[in-house]
Structures are given as structure tokens and as C-alpha cells.
Ligand binder design. Structure first.
Ligand code: 5GP
Ligand code: ZN
Length: 116
């Protein structure tokens, strides 16, 4: 999609530190990491969020979870643990409107919660 920063990263039009890539998926380091390991995993196909990914996305979404687990193992997070999450919409703080999963680890993470 035009003017989507993650579509441009997926097309190698904008540089990124690629951690994994195949024909459907790309994983790259977050530009502003909030944990020692902070990797973004995206489908190359543009979906603005999880809400837009229909049944046709089932396989790629499943594969993203397998890729996330493999990256976590490769980064040595298998025993210490990690978090995989997607922000969807304003209350979750989604900023980039291309479906992406944050893979976080490398230290003790803050508990999931909300701010008032
Ligand atoms: P969101 O809040 O939408 O779930 O997270 C978007 C994430 O994308 C943020 O963690 C932000 O640091 C990251 N990000 C935004 N622009 C870029 C970019 O151009 N390159 C990379 N590698 N990460 C980006
Ligand atoms: Zn996009």
C-alpha cells in the first residue's frame, strides 16, 4: 500500500535490520526498542490491523507465530522467555497501521496492564 512505512520496509524501499524474511513474512529490529530484544514481525501483505485480516490470512498468521518462536530460540530466549503481542487500534496505542507483532525479550518485562 502506498505511503505505508512497513509495506516499504517489506519491499526493501526503506532500510531495516532484517532478522528473518521469506516470501510472506519479514522480521526486523524495532527502530526504537523498548527491550533488549525488540523485533517486529509483519506479513508482507498489507492489513491495517488484526481486524482487517480475514480467513485468507489464517496460514500466514499461524506461520508468524512459528517464525516468532524460532527467532526467540535463535536469540537465546527459549529458557528466559519472551512476549509476542499486536497492538490493535487507539486504546492499544497502535501507531503504524500495518499489522505487526512485537517480539520482546532479553530482560524481565513489565506486567501487561493499563494506565489511567
Ligand atoms: P505500534 O505502536 O504501532 O504497535 O508500534 C509501531 C512500532 O514501529 C514502534 O515500536 C516503532 O518504534 C516502530 N517503528 C516505527 N517506524 C519504524 C521504522 O521506520 N523502522 C522500524 N524498524 N521500526 C519502526
Ligand atoms: Zn502496509
Amino acid at each position: 500500500m502506498e505511503d505505508c512505512i512497513f509495506c516499504k520496509i517489506a519491499a526493501h524501499q526503506i532500510p531495516s535490520q532484517v532478522v528473518y524474511e521469506d516470501d510472506q513474512i519479514m522480521a526486523f529490529n524495532d527502530i526504537n526498542p523498548v527491550a533488549p530484544v525488540h523485533i517486529l514481525i509483519i506479513p508482507k501483505e498489507h492489513y491495517s490491523s488484526l481486524l482487517e485480516a480475514g480467513g485468507e490470512a489464517t496460514l500466514v498468521l499461524g506461520k508468524i507465530q512459528q517464525v516468532a518462536a524460532q527467532i526467540a530460540r535463535d536469540k537465546g530466549l527459549g529458557s528466559t522467555g519472551f512476549r509476542l503481542l499486536t497492538n490493535c487500534g487507539p486504546n492499544a496505542g497502535q501507531v503504524v497501521m500495518h499489522l505487526h507483532y512485537h517480539l520482546l525479550g532479553g530482560d524481565q518485562l513489565a506486567p501487561i496492564g493499563w494506565s489511567k
